[in-house]
Ligand binder design. Structure first.
Ligand code: CP
Length: 313
């Protein structure tokens, strides 16, 4: 693969990426999708490279897909979580990161409950840092894989399409990264959430904010449901869960108001029957498992691009 120099040491959010850099990552991911369809899903591209997966918060999709992505490119991947590490003995984030760097990895992928944790590491480490989700701030590879999923469906020129992001916007790093990314790609974004689950400053986002779900879904080309982040709720934000599900769960009646051929996304994990009806999550219009498959290819593209950025290609 012959590419121009990649100027970023890290991926902390999509904010730093230009339209052409996003396109380059998605094009590279499209080439890696082919590897994932082979009987032998491994190429020697990153042989000898080391990738640390430092996940200080739970994850199924992101952690596994970074691990699979690294291994399919023949990199060595190493996992560190909180449980079983010296973080439980009080070791700081800085000391943990410097310790990991002393083992000379090429890339550290970090998930952390604190917004800004990935920036903190990137400023202090020489190796590449990838943000795999930090607090409420950003989840850039999720936004990239969402873009990949819809680009496969809509084609490369997505301008004129409309995406609705609905649910617990206040606690969602996925919503923040998606809004930034789609604005760069020329897609109109609508935001819907119950008033108490909209973050301060949402009016300044490059998106149209709705306070009525039926109006928000009208005519959209895709609906992205968001997980109700029960572990991050403060008292008083939600009336009660049954009421939330009754009023805000995305169901067939919502999809019927969307554009013909509209699809449904969800970053997972899903609270079935809470933010999205099971019938919709399992329907032909659901692209949820396509998102997971795209996640492997997009993370392969990112690991490849970062690891090779200083190589003459
Ligand atoms: N979408 C996402 O980040 O899922 P995980 O928490 O399972 O990684």
């Amino acid at each position: 693969m012959s590419e121009a120099h990649w100027r970023h040491k890290d991926l902390l959010d999509v904010e730093a990426l230009s339209f052409s850099e996003i396109t380059r990552l998605l094009d590279t991911a499209a080439r890696f999708m082919e590897i994932n369809a082979r009987p032998v899903k491994k190429v020697p591209t990153l042989r000898g490279r080391s990738i640390v997966l430092f996940f200080a918060e739970p994850s199924t999709r992101t952690k596994t897909s970074f691990d699979v992505a690294g291994k399919r490119l023949s990199a060595d991947t190493f996992s560190l979580g909180v449980s079983g590490s010296s973080i439980t003995k009080g070791e700081s984030l800085k000391d943990t990161a410097l310790t990991l760097q002393a083992m000379a990895p090429d890339i550290i992928v970090i998930r952390h409950s604190s917004s800004g944790a990935a920036h903190f590491l990137a400023e202090r480490l020489d190796c590449s840092v990838v943000n795999a989700g930090d607090g409420r701030h950003a989840h850039p590879t999720q936004a990239l894989l969402d873009a990949f999923t819809l680009r496969e469906l809509w084609g490369p020129d997505m301008a004129g399409k409309t995406l609705l992001i609905a649910g617990d916007i206040a606690h969602s790093r996925v919503a923040r990264s998606n809004v930034l990314l789609w604005a760069k790609l020329g897609v109109s974004v609508r935001i819907f959430g119950p008033r108490t689950l909209l973050p301060p400053g949402v009016a300044a986002w490059p998106a149209e904010v709705y306070d009525n779900l039926d109006e928000a879904v009208s005519g959209v080309d895709a609906i992205m449901g968001l997980r109700l982040q029960l572990e991050r709720q403060q008292a008083g934000l939600l009336p009660d869960l049954a009421e939330y599900a009754r009023r805000f769960c995305i169901g067939r009646r919502h999809l019927n108001r969307a554009a013909a051929g509209a699809v449904v996304l969800h970053p997972g994990p899903i609270n079935r029957g809470m933010e999205i009806a099971s019938e919709i999550a399992d329907s032909a219009q659901s692209r949820i498992l396509d998102q997971v498959a795209a996640g492997v290819a997009v993370r392969m593209a990112l690991l490849f691009t970062l690891a090779m950025r200083n190589e003459v290609q």
